[in-house]
Design a protein around this ligand. Structure first.
Ligand SMILES: *Cc1c(COP(=O)(O)O)cnc(C)c1O
Length: 373
């Protein structure tokens, strides 16, 4: 079965092999400590920065939870930028940690409305932090985090960016974009195992953590613990297996122009889907890493997904309001390491769509090949 879903993504042989290294004591083995610090530096390198990155043992949701817990104090106003499910979801975290979420909602089929945000902020900019999503994985929209974070920074608002499905597939210059806290996950573009969340912090974010007036209301998710360098190098025992895998995955990523590869697959995929007569959900700001395709009303996504699995490919379903109504192709990470397999997936999708009664105006794979560079 080939994984072509929008995360978890497929895992390369090199990454699998890396997991077979000897086990160690992650707190006491000095060579291991150096190794993990090196992995963290590679993460920063992926974001073109020397800013501090660290790993937390837990799925990416831990990073989102920990970020809000760590930065938000009771009665802090937090601007929640939302043009999708993940964006809106941050309001729940903010409430949970007793902050005051103020939601700036923007149309889900478009990139976050920058002009609207500009006028909104002119009238009201008294926020400690703002949360935003780089790539809204359910809709396939990549927000312009460069312009948004620079704008937030001009008002002194700390930016908390979920780039779980963007990092690696979309270009990021952490410092130039003025990002303060970027959260990643290992199971999307990075194409390693699920189980680690990656955090990168600006100096402003670090200062904010150390100048909190109240205690952080999370124990395991508290970022402050990762900035201490007292007795142990890590606050809690690490999973060396997951870190070995991540390190190998990062090596593979840093070897190639990954953003360009993602851009090319995304462009060709969108071209082909449109040419055969299907409708893309995202009307602009389409992501490099995932494409969400609407299905004709009579067709259910489940049917397509099951038939695709019978053909040997796992693709994703629509989420939230698109549940049952859309499918998603994850042209993400190691899913696009082999164009031959990707082409087979398109061929299978063409067959499955036709069998389900979706009228197609042309051949999906042929149009993928025909896409002008
Ligand atoms: C995948 C993802 C996460 C992590 O959520 P899981 O579904 O639990 O893997 C967080 N944010 C975004 C934008 C994601 O795509």
């Amino acid at each position: 079965m080939y994984i072509m879903s929008a995360g978890p993504t497929s895992i390369s042989q090199k990454v699998r092999t890396a997991m077979l290294k000897d086990f160690t004591n992650t707190d006491l083995d000095q060579d291991y400590i150096k190794f993990q610090r090196g992995t963290e530096k590679k993460l920063s390198r992926l974001l073109h920065t020397e800013a501090k990155s660290f790993l937390m043992l837990g799925e990416a949701m831990l990073g989102l939870d920990g970020a809000v817990a760590s930065f938000v104090e009771a009665n802090d106003r937090v601007l929640v930028l939302s043009n999708g499910i993940f964006g809106a979801g941050f309001a729940d975290f903010v409430k949970m940690y007793r902050g005051i979420p103020v939601v700036f909602a923007s149309d889900m089929r478009h990139g976050l409305d920058l002009a609207g945000l500009k006028s909104f902020l002119e009238a009201d900019h008294d926020f400690k932090a703002a949360t935003l999503i780089h790539c809204e994985t359910p809709t396939g929209i990549a927000n312009d985090i460069r312009a948004i974070c620079q704008l937030l920074h001009s008002y002194g608002i700390l930016s908390i960016v979920d780039s779980v499905s963007g990092m690696g597939g979309e270009f990021i210059d952490f410092d130039e974009f003025n990002i303060d806290c970027l959260i990643g996950g290992t199971q999307k573009c990075i194409s390693s195992l699920t189980g680690l969340t990656t955090i990168t912090l600006s100096q402003r974010a670090i200062d904010c953590l150390s100048s909190r007036k109240s205690l952080v209301s999370a124990f395991y998710g508290n970022f402050q613990n990762y900035l201490k360098t007292d007795e142990f190098a890590f606050p809690y025992t690490q999973s060396e297996t997951l870190v070995y895998a991540l390190d190998a995955a990062l090596d593979e990523m840093l070897e190639v122009d990954l953003v360009k590869r993602h851009q090319s697959y995304a462009q060709k995929t969108r071209y082909a889907l449109t040419k055969v007569g299907l409708e893309l959900y995202a009307q602009d700001h389409q992501a490099n890493t995932v494409t969400t395709v609407l299905l004709p009303a009579a067709i259910t996504a489940d049917e397509i997904l099951h038939k695709m699995q019978a053909e040997g490919f796992i693709i994703s379903a629509g989420m939230g309001h698109l549940n049952g109504k859309a499918i998603r192709i994850g042209h993400m990470g190691n899913n696009i390491a082999d164009e031959g397999i990707y082409r087979q997936m398109l061929q299978a999708l063409n067959k499955v769509l036709l069998a389900a009664g979706v009228p197609l105006r042309a051949d999906l794979l042929q149009e993928f090949i025909n896409c002008p560079a």
